[in-house]
Design a protein around this ligand. Structure first.
Ligand SMILES: Nc1ncnc2c1ncn2[C@@H]1O[C@H](COP(=O)(O)OP(=O)(O)OP(=O)(O)O)[C@@H](O)[C@H]1O
Length: 260
């Protein structure tokens, strides 16, 4: 975790500046997000937690450039981002692999769009398939994979273009409890290896604490960031940590904040 001095010296990797979002629904203005300000520093893993419908996906989609904000802006390395870009890799909750492409072709998809030479693509794909432990499944099709494996392919695909920030929208929300815990351990280990900057949304408080250095709690209607909770737990984590008094105390604090 960046200590306070190191953090203040570093420039933010990702900035969400005064972002608000409203939709017009049946002639009325529905304010979904109200003046969201957020800074994420290089190598940080930050989670947003909030009740269903509080605007988490809307915020992440704005950061990804998939939805325009009504006001405010998003910056990566200090530059305003006007739309989607290879600097932000995205992993969604639902499986978004192309069923007609093999695992390796799915991971190569963004590289092809960048017109990367074939040999370099193969090298990059092999590296990221190894990173997510799926080398043996390079030639398999998505329908031959379990839910957890599909999400590992989606993560490899998002990482393959070497984004500055990885954005994750409830990536384990569709998995059973046991697979979900395995994937949390997998993502924790992956982050230890790559130290990529991550912004993830989840409504699973334990998952947020286990994975992050900071958790932001969102309130609803309109969505606001109401509390920032630093997660002062050791960087190296295993699942037993979830039973420790420090972990349970953080969980209590965040659950209380969500209920207020
Ligand atoms: N395109 C849209 N038009 C109108 N309203 C929308 C649109 N997209 C989202 N909303 C509304 O914005 C609010 C926030 O939705 P959003 O999906 O961002 O919440 P969320 O916190 O991600 O919810 P969940 O955890 O259930 O996925 C909801 O009330 C939703 O109905």
């Amino acid at each position: 975790m960046p200590d306070v001095a190191a953090k203040s010296a570093a420039l933010p990797k990702l900035e969400v500046c005064q972002v608000s979002k409203s939709y017009r629904v049946q002639g009325k203005l529905l304010q979904v997000l109200d003046e969201i300000n957020l800074e994420i520093f290089p190598r940080e893993f930050v989670c947003l937690v909030g009740a269903s419908g509080c605007g988490k996906s809307t915020l992440l989609n704005i950061v990804a450039g998939l939805v325009p904000p009504s006001s405010g802006e998003v910056r990566v390395d200090g530059q305003v981002v006007p739309g989607p870009g290879a600097d932000r890799g995205m992993v969604f909750q639902s499986y978004t692999l192309y069923p007609w492409l093999t695992v390796a072709q799915n991971v190569a998809f963004g590289l092809q769009l960048q017109n990367m030479p074939k040999a370099q693509q193969q090298e990059r794909v092999a590296y990221y398939l190894h990173t997510v432990g799926l080398t043996q499944f390079a030639g398999a099709y998505p329908k031959q994979l379990s839910g957890g494996m599909k999400q590992r392919v989606a993560i490899a695909r998002a990482l393959a273009t070497k984004p500055e920030v990885l954005l994750m929208d409830e990536p384990f929300g569709a998995l059973d409890a046991q697979t979900k815990e395995q994937m949390q351990q997998f993502l924790q280990d992956l982050w230890q290896q790559t130290h990529i900057t991550v912004l993830m949304i989840t409504h699973d408080v334990e998952e947020a604490i286990y994975l992050s250095q900071r958790v932001h709690v969102m309130s609803s209607r309109p969505g606001r960031l109401k509390q920032e909770v630093p997660i002062d737990l050791p960087e190296q984590r295993d699942l037993d940590l979830k039973l420790s008094p420090e972990f349970l105390s953080l969980k209590r604090e965040i659950l209380h904040s969500l209920r207020e």
